[in-house]
Design a binder for this molecule. Structure first.
Ligand code: NAP
Length: 283
């Protein structure tokens, strides 16, 4: 199959490395000429340049640009491709992307390979990034069945575990397990930074260890990513944040009124509940 990839960064480059290994011909397009050259040199693509016309022969095209550019990129791509060309994306938020891209291209299927590292760009691309990771496909009633099947087969060939759901349910679920934790963790760091007594703050800096390391990790990451989650998954993130605030209010009330039994019940429930989200192979 001829596979097109637009945006040769961490995700686009990693897809290219694996799909090329599976015997596909990879045609890449990126913004910078130097990125295209590097993608060719590292074997992420067979051929790459900065012109979307390169993709006219592709059977399926993965748009792997930053989220805010995905539908614009599809708009620019349209003149070069035929109706049979399947277009998909890898954006971490699905509802706004699927809504705009489906109106632009009837053969569009939304997707989200849920793998990544803290690094960016073609130099961060690596083989087997998607192995054993979820690959969420978010078709709608308008999505052509054969195209869904093709995308599923490609995702499985990467070693990914394929899940299918609506764009809205995807966004609600990732709000719980990815976007809410970032905002909670960021708020935790901000609250600590607001300690007014400089001596206590200095001591806290010194004493912070593994517990703080775990709970602050996702809030101490790339600000651009957190902003992107809030901007593009605003509705689902607000829904989760409001529910979280309710939980926090209840905890404050239980501690303030010394309802130790209810607090204990809550902590017993969370001790058991965590295992539904985090399996034994993760720590
Ligand atoms: P990235 O490493 O920054 O790669 C994006 C690449 O897009 C850049 O390297 C840039 O290449 C290229 N680009 C920017 N503007 C472009 C344009 N107008 N036309 C063509 N190429 C353009 O970012 P990423 O982490 O791979 O993320 C890409 C997408 O994957 C995002 O939509 C994100 O939501 C999704 N995603 C990310 C992760 C993650 O953990 N990182 C996980 C799953 C999904 P140049 O060097 O040519 O400028």
């Amino acid at each position: 199959m001829k596979v097109g990839i637009i945006g040769l960064g961490l995700i686009g480059g990693s897809l290219g490395l694996d799909l090329r290994d599976r015997g596909h011909t990879i045609l890449g397009v990126s913004r910078k000429e130097s990125t295209c050259q590097q993608a060719e040199a590292t074997g992420a693509v067979d051929q790459a340049n900065t012109n979307l016309s390169l993709l006219s022969a592709a059977n399926i095209i993965f748009i792997c640009t930053p989220i805010g550019l995905i539908s614009n990129t599809l708009e620019q791509l349209k003149p070069y491709i035929s109706q049979e060309t399947i277009v998909t994306d890898v954006g971490s938020v699905k509802t706004p992307i699927v809504e705009s891209c489906e109106t632009l291209w009837t053969n569009f299927i939304g997707g989200h390979p849920m793998a990544g590292t803290a690094k960016q760009g073609i130099e961060a691309a690596q083989k087997n990034l998607f192995k054993n990771a979820p690959y969420v496909i978010t078709p709608t009633q308008n999505s052509p069945k054969n195209s869904i099947k093709t995308l599923e087969e490609i995702a499985k060939s990467l070693g990914s575990i394929v899940y299918t759901c609506s764009p809205e349910n995807h966004d609600k679920a990732v709000a719980w397990i990815s976007h809410l934790p970032v905002m909670v963790s960021a708020s935790l760091i901000t609250a600590c930074l607001h300690e007014e007594d400089p001596l206590v703050l200095k001591l806290a800096h010194k004493l912070a260890s593994s517990g703080f390391k775990d709970t602050s990790r996702v809030g101490g990451g790339n600000p651009e990513l957190g902003l992107m989650m809030a901007q593009y998954n605003r509705t689902a993130l607000l829904r989760s944040l409001i529910a979280y605030r309710q939980q926090l209010d209840e905890v404050i009330e239980q501690i303030n009124t010394q309802e130790w039994e209810s607090l204990n019940k809550r902590l017993e429930t969370t001790q058991k509940g965590r295992s539904h989200f985090i399996k034994d192979n993760f720590e």
